[in-house]
Structures are given as C-alpha cells and as structure tokens.
Design a binder for this molecule. Structure first.
Ligand code: NAP
Length: 324
C-alpha cells in the first residue's frame, strides 16, 4: 500500500495545544469509553467530540441492548452518563472536529477548527455516517421529507404515509419506531429476503402498520418543495411505477469517517481502518476503535469495549516509550 505523507500545513494562527498523552478523536460510546479508561490510568486524555457529542447513539430513541439497563435507556441519557463518568476521572471534552492529521512522526498533529493538537498517542473513534442512495431528489429533499434518522424526524410524520428503504436491523428497528407517528410505513427492500435479525423481523411482520415492497429499488424521489412520491423499479421484472409517499427514511448502512487518514493509515476496500486485535493501526501509537474500524458488530457495547481496549493499549504503548 502506498502511504504518502499528509499535506498537513501549520500556517494560520491556530493555537497549538498539547502534547497530550492520549488524544481521542470522537465523542461517541467508543471515544467516551476510551476516555474513561485513559483517565483512570492518569493519562489525562483530551477528547475532540466532533459535531455531535455521543455520535449515532445520541440520536437513538432508546437503547435496549446495553447491559445494565433492563428497561432500556434513552440514547441521549446514555451519552450523558458516559460523559459524566469519563469527566469524573479527569477526561476533558473539547467541542472541536479533527479536519486534518499528520501521523508521519510523534507527536502526532491533528488540526481542528479551533486549534492544532499534539498527541503522544492517538485513539481514532470517529465512527461512521449514514450511506446515501445517490439518486435524483435525495439531496434536494433532505430535511423536506428525506431523512436518515427516525428518532430525529419521526415526529414530523404524524399520521403520514412514509417509506423506509433497507432490509437490515436499522431499517426494521427504525421502521417499527416510526409507526408511533406514521399512518403507514412501507419498507422497500432490494431483495425478497431481509438481512435483519429474526426478533426485529417478527416485530415488523406483526405490526399492522408495516407493509413490504420486495425486489425493488428507488430510482428517484420527487416532490414540490416537500416529498410527494418516489419512482420505484422492480429489479426482477424491470417494471417501474410511481408510489405516493410523504416521507422517505433511508437506512442502508454506513460509511466510516476516515477521509482525514487517507494515505496514512491502512484501510479496507470500504474505507474502514484496519486494526489488529490490540486496536493497533499500521502506525505505532495510533489506535482505532468502534465503528470506524468495525463494519461488522456496530453495537454500543462492542464499540465501548473496543474503546476501552484501545485506551489500555495506548497506556502500554506510552509505558514502552518511557521504559516505565
Ligand atoms: P446493514 O446491516 O448493512 O443493512 C443495510 C441494508 O440496506 C441491507 O438490507 C442492504 O440490502 C440495504 N442496502 C444497502 N445498500 C443499498 C442500496 N444502495 N440500495 C438499496 N438498499 C441498500 O446496515 P444496518 O441495518 O444499518 O445495520 C448495520 C449493523 O448495525 C448491523 O451489524 C446490525 O446488526 C447493527 N444494528 C443492530 C441493531 C440492533 O441490534 N438493535 C440496530 C441497528 C443496527 P441487502 O440486504 O440486499 O444487502
């Protein structure tokens, strides 16, 4: 793999902060768990939270599969608990987003909007963002009928007819949640078999407000200031038709936030960072954890576990550097 050095430039008058023993990029469950473990190891971590403290879980209505909360816990509430626990041991959260990195030598350099940060070790926990369909109308109507978050936007679709695109856990979980508001939810899936887990499938099949259109993709989203319908194409027969709808919720997977590491860190063909079981990337001292390095599990608990593991390894790395 050809690893070019980054084009990181220091011009401008950004304040330079650090070096921090541990700098954590991302304030989701992964980053905040890494912060908790690093703080308890007296490594005084700094967390750059990114745009949204808590990441994807902050916009999740309820988390039912994080142990310790038998009745479930609200996503934002869980984030607040993670934050409090990390801060209690001395982690510091900074509301800044990493926009450029230079990992060619230590201390590593990370440029944010507010400052440049130096780090003896780096834990990347930048997560992933929703994948888009990339069809006509999708961008134009985002926020005007097109959404990637049921928890955020469901309320706007009270008594409306909506479609959900996708056949995975997210599509069925969010689709089921959206029946609280919507009059009807039509799941449009490109195959005739769902990818989602059996428990979520059963819940959806049992819900009288949910119906399915199989073997079908959206070719465009249309409207008049607001979504009024979609063009559908049956992938088996080639038949096309118009389908009236008030909203389109898209849950077709995620894309990892790794652009700022391109050419420096090893990635797989989908852009996920490659790590070994110690959360180590190809650069010593740079660790990656959670969804940015995990296209498979993508759970709050697995991400939190990976974050904790990365912090433990960062501690070992720093001890090795100082012979401590
Ligand atoms: P996913 O499992 O990757 O499913 C994506 C779905 O979108 C698939 O059904 C896929 O179709 C479809 N799709 C992908 N690209 C498409 C395109 N261009 N056009 C139309 N359809 C497209 O993603 P996810 O549902 O977000 O789940 C990701 C991970 O998070 C999974 O590991 C899942 O188990 C986990 N998760 C778990 C929970 C939970 O446990 N409660 C909740 C949410 C997510 P195909 O099936 O044909 O590939």
């Amino acid at each position: 793999m050809d690893m070019n050095l980054s084009t990181f430039s220091s011009e401008g008058d950004l304040e330079v902060k650090g070096p921090y023993k541990v700098l954590i990029l991302g304030g989701g469950p992964t980053g905040l768990s890494a912060a908790l473990y690093a703080a308890r190891a007296d490594l005084e971590p700094l967390v750059l939270t990114g745009m949204q403290l808590g990441g994807q879980v902050a916009i999740t209505h309820i988390v039912e599969n994080y142990p310790g909360f038998p009745e479930g816990v609200g996503g934002p509430e869980l984030v607040e608990l993670f934050q409090k626990q990390a801060e209690r041991f001395g982690a510091v959260l900074e509301f800044d987003t990493a926009v450029e990195t230079d990992l060619s030598q230590r201390p590593f350099r990370v440029k944010g909007y507010n400052a440049e940060y130096l780090a003896e070790s780096l834990i990347i926990a930048t997560g992933a963002n929703p994948r888009q369909l990339n069809i006509p109308g999708e961008q134009e109507f985002t926020g005007r009928g097109v959404s990637y978050c049921g928890t955020c936007d469901g309320w706007f679709f009270k008594d409306k007819d909506i479609i959900v695109v996708g056949g995975g856990d997210s599509a069925l979980e969010e689709g089921t949640f959206l029946t609280r508001y919507a009059n009807s939810v039509t799941v449009v899936h490109r195959r005739d078999e769902l990818r989602a887990s059996p428990v979520l499938q059963k819940r959806a099949f049992d819900n009288p407000k949910i119906s399915f259109i199989w073997d079908t993709v959206l070719t465009s989203i249309v409207g008049n200031g607001q979504v009024t319908g979609v063009e559908l194409k049956n992938v088996k027969t080639g038949e096309t038709r118009h389908h009236q709808t008030d909203g389109v919720f898209i849950f077709i997977g995620h894309i990892p936030n790794t652009d700022i590491f391109r050419g420096q860190l090893e990635m797989d063909e989908n852009g996920y960072l490659v790590v070994n079981k110690f959360m180590e990337t190809n650069i010593p001292g740079v660790f990656a954890a959670g969804e940015v390095a995990d296209p498979h599990f993508r759970q709050v608990i697995t991400s939190a576990g990976m974050g904790a593991a990365a912090a433990m390894q960062a501690r070992h790395f720093l001890e090795d550097q100082t012979g401590g």
